[in-house]
Design a protein around this ligand. Structure first.
Ligand SMILES: *[C@@H]1O[C@H](CO)[C@@H](O)[C@H](O)[C@H]1NC(C)=O
Ligand SMILES: *[C@@H]1O[C@H](CO)[C@@H](O)[C@H](O)[C@H]1NC(C)=O
Ligand SMILES: *[C@@H]1O[C@H](CO)[C@@H](O)[C@H](O)[C@H]1NC(C)=O
Ligand SMILES: *[C@@H]1O[C@H](CO)[C@@H](O)[C@H](O)[C@H]1NC(C)=O
Ligand SMILES: *[C@@H]1O[C@H](CO)[C@@H](O)[C@H](O)[C@H]1NC(C)=O
Ligand SMILES: *[C@@H]1O[C@H](CO)[C@@H](O)[C@H](O)[C@H]1NC(C)=O
Ligand SMILES: *[C@@H]1O[C@H](CO)[C@@H](O)[C@H](O)[C@H]1NC(C)=O
Length: 378
């Protein structure tokens, strides 16, 4: 037995963690004279505890993970892995379910995790460079009380301006196995909103959400590999396909569904959902978040963002997320999503999900809005 096989086995035996979801996004990085491109893949991985490496490789490379966020009580840990990877042209890849299963007791019967992604890095005729994937993120577990209606609206945006849609994963495309969507959620593909309606207490528990987000060109385009064949992509063809998997926990009923009593309510200056914020390389972006409750106690902010984003508590129910982007993300836009959690005894209550788009403007292009001011997208 080779040493590397041995190490892999030891990892499988030692890892007591359970899977809590994944988000994959990518950016291309430059043209290659051979007609191929390098993609920078951003993985957000959720586990029941913090793992800084995983017992599998992605196209032969180990995934080194950096912590994004972990609730005070443990429960889950989200980490980010960034891999710069060379692709010969377009590339489809999967992460097999191996060694680590989803958390126990998933109500829609998902046990093993599986993802499939399509990374497309041939040159697009409309923009003269390789495609960027649609971008999103989410914390590993979102809580909803069983008696309250809730719309969970995922942030989806596309740096190339493509049309973005989301859909449930398809088992016949190896995107998950099985792909049974949660019975308690209904999906609107164009806005990627998951709607929850008040339900029976027998439906309480964790559900695995296994979505794919895809970008479609606004007109027919040609994909070209230098000295290679061309492919036409129509407005009905997804250019890239990115997995988004996470848990929705249906909790016991809350005495009141009104925001601001048990469920935290956001207050100004918390940015509105989908606000676009601008900054520059080495310039710090600070996002102030404020929430209140009357009948429970706000315990913490939970967030998903690039792992270089840091959090601080500035007062009761007041938090700041801070990001100083490095050169490696110049010109990129990254999603930052958060919820405020409150507690009452053993009960945990989540605010609605809010997300912003943080754009790291290139020094040569001046942004439309001065940094640190908010511009709504709606
Ligand atoms: C360009 O392609 C070659 C393979 O033909 C690869 O080895 C190299 O890493 C690529 N360079 C970049 C910058 O992507
Ligand atoms: C990349 O290569 C394509 C095709 O060769 C070319 O049209 C385009 O201008 C190049 N883009 C950049 C940013 O170099
Ligand atoms: C959810 O969205 C639908 C459609 O926009 C709306 O009719 C409904 O009131 C929303 N529900 C909640 C709880 O916000
Ligand atoms: C809730 O579920 C239980 C068990 O399935 C069932 O007996 C009960 O009738 C349900 N109640 C409602 C209001 O649907
Ligand atoms: C886009 O491509 C499809 C398939 O080749 C073709 O049927 C359609 O007419 C094209 N649409 C436009 C607007 O060119
Ligand atoms: C950002 O800071 C780093 C480290 O101080 C420096 O190497 C880099 O050149 C700076 N980049 C810009 C665009 O100012
Ligand atoms: C919530 O707190 C307010 C203020 O303390 C109190 O008047 C109200 O009765 C509480 N509501 C519930 C449902 O406990």
């Amino acid at each position: 037995m080779s040493l590397s096989a041995l190490v892999l086995l030891l990892l499988l035996v030692c890892v007591q963690a359970n899977f809590y979801g994944i988000v994959v996004n990518y950016y291309p990085s430059g043209n290659n004279s051979t007609g191929a491109s390098t993609g920078i893949l951003y993985y957000k991985l959720g586990y029941s505890l913090c793992l800084y490496s995983v017992p599998y490789y992605i196209n032969g490379q180990p995934l080194v993970l950096q912590k994004v966020d972990e609730p005070i009580s443990g429960e889950w840990c989200q980490t980010e892995g960034v891999i710069s990877q060379y692709f010969s042209s377009n590339s489809m890849f999967s992460i097999p379910a191996s060694g680590i299963d989803w958390i126990f007791g998933i109500k829609n019967g998902i046990v093993s995790f599986k993802i499939q992604a399509l990374v497309e890095l041939r040159i697009r005729s409309d923009i003269g460079k390789a495609n960027t994937s649609p971008q999103t993120t989410i914390i590993p577990a979102i809580r909803v009380p069983s008696n309250c209606p809730r719309n969970l609206s995922l942030l989806m945006f596309d740096p190339d301006g493509d049309i973005v849609k989301c859909r449930n994963g398809d088992a016949s495309l190896s995107e998950c196995s099985p792909c049974t969507p949660p019975s308690v959620l209904s999906l609107s593909p164009s806005s990627c909103t998951l709607s929850f309606s008040p339900t029976n207490s027998s439906d309480e528990g964790p559900y695995a959400v296994q979505l794919m987000i895809e970008d479609f060109p606004r007109q027919n385009i040609t994909l070209t590999q230098t000295n290679g064949p061309q492919t036409i992509i129509t407005t009905n063809d997804a250019i890239s396909k990115m997995p988004v998997q996470f848990v929705v926990r249906v909790d016991p009923a809350v005495p009141s569904c009104t925001e601001g009593l048990f469920l935290p309510m956001f207050l100004p200056p918390t940015p509105a959902h989908r606000t676009q914020l601008y900054t520059y390389v080495n310039q710090t972006l600070a996002i102030s978040i404020k929430a209140q409750t009357l009948n429970s106690t706000i315990s913490e902010l939970l967030f998903s963002a690039p792992h270089t984003v840091t959090e601080s508590q500035t007062g009761p129910g007041q938090f700041t997320l801070t990001w100083t982007p490095s050169n490696s993300v110049a010109g990129q836009s990254h999603p930052i999503c958060f919820v405020v959690q409150a507690v009452l005894g053993a009960a945990k209550y989540h605010s609605e999900l809010r997300c912003v788009i943080a754009t790291v403007a290139l020094p040569t292009t001046s942004p439309n809005t001065p940094a640190c001011e908010y511009e709504g997208l709606d």
